[in-house]
Every structure is written in C-alpha cells, then in structure tokens.
Design a protein around this ligand. Structure first.
Ligand code: INI
Length: 179
C-alpha cells in the first residue's frame, strides 16, 4: 500500500484568506491566529493575501475567484455566523458552507472552511480565542496539510516508471519524409 499524506512544512507555499467583516470582534481574532499559524509553519508574510468581504454570504464568490487565479496553493475562509431570533442564520450558514465546498471543487484548489456557526456570542468568542479552541490556527494547519497533499498527488500524476519494463522499446525518431 502507498500511503500519501501532507506535511506541515509550508515553506514556499502561498495562501489566500477571505475574511468576513460581519462579527469583526470574532473574525479579526480568527484572522490574526490564522496568519500566525501560517508564518509559524514557514509561510512568508508576502505570500499571504487577505481580502475582506461584508459577511459570510459573500465569502464563496471571492474564495472561488482567488482559488481560480492560480496564485495560491490554498484559500482559507474565515467568518462567524451567530444565531439570532430569525431564520436568517440558517440561510447564511447554509449558503456559506455549500458555496465554499462548491468553490473548492470548481477551482480544483483546497479551500478551508473556518466559518464559525454558533448558537451564542459566547460560543463564538470562545472558539476564536487563541488560548482556547484557536480555530484560526487550526484552519492554517488544515490549509498547509491540504496544499502539501495536493502537491504530492499532482506531482504523482504522469510520472514515468523508473524501471524499464521488459519488451519496452525506445521511441524511434520520426522518419524523414521524401520530398
Ligand atoms: N453575516 C455573517 O457573516 N454573520 C452573521 O451572523 C450574519 N447575520 O447574522 O446576519 C451575516 N449577515 C450578513 C450576510 O452575510 C451578508 O453580508 C448580507 O446578507 C449581504 O449579502
């Protein structure tokens, strides 16, 4: 069996981040711990590009655009949807998760889902606290792991077997045509 797995060495990798402004008291913490997580694993600050969007609903389009630009090895989505008294929460969180998943498949680039969906403000604060759950740092690690595993799989594509199989022949040079 061949077991392929990613690593957490992010040297030379480039990352895009999409961060929602809505509930900024939460998403700004996710952003700082995410950036810290990336640089801790060897990403150069110049190789990180963050884009702010109004809310979680707007994340998928920007994530897909960044992923399709081919300028990033992975894109990380940061947001916080907190349940209120109306069904709004359900629409926003469902669209964010569905859209982000679809964007990754469309672009063929890893897109990490770090949109907190919580029942209360306290839960969101706890999950963005770098000393507790540290979801931003976790997203950084997932992005690095996915970027490295995808690179492994892509490098594996089309590789030529190093041992020549019996009966295999060298390709002949094309014959010169008579004119
Ligand atoms: N956006 C969020 O990121 N989190 C929320 O909790 C939220 N709530 O509750 O309304 C929210 N709404 C804004 C939404 O994402 C869009 O920006 C807006 O609907 C404009 O398209």
């Amino acid at each position: 069996m061949k077991l392929r797995k990613g690593s957490h060495d992010a040297t030379g990798l480039r990352f895009g981040i999409v961060v929602a402004k809505f509930n900024k008291f939460v998403t700004s913490k996710l952003l700082s711990s995410c950036v810290e997580g990336l640089t801790k694993h060897g990403v150069k600050p110049d190789d990180i590009e963050a884009v702010r969007v109004p809310g979680a609903f707007e994340i998928p389009l920007v994530a897909r655009t960044m992923a399709r630009s081919k300028r990033f090895d992975a894109v990380i989505c940061l947001g916080a949807v907190i349940r209120g008294d109306t069904p709004h929460f359900d629409y926003i969180s469902a669209e964010a998760s569905r859209g982000i998943g679809q964007a990754a498949l469309d672009a063929d680039v890893p897109i990490i889902f770090c949109v907190l969906t919580t029942h209360t403000i306290a839960q969101a604060i706890e999950r963005s606290d770098p000393t507790k759950f540290n979801r931003g740092g976790e997203a950084a690690r997932s992005a690095i792991e996915m970027a490295t595993v995808m690179r492994l799989l892509r490098e594996g594509e089309g590789t030529v077997p190093s041992v020549k199989r019996e009966g295999s022949h060298k390709r002949r040079a094309p014959r010169k045509r008579k004119v």
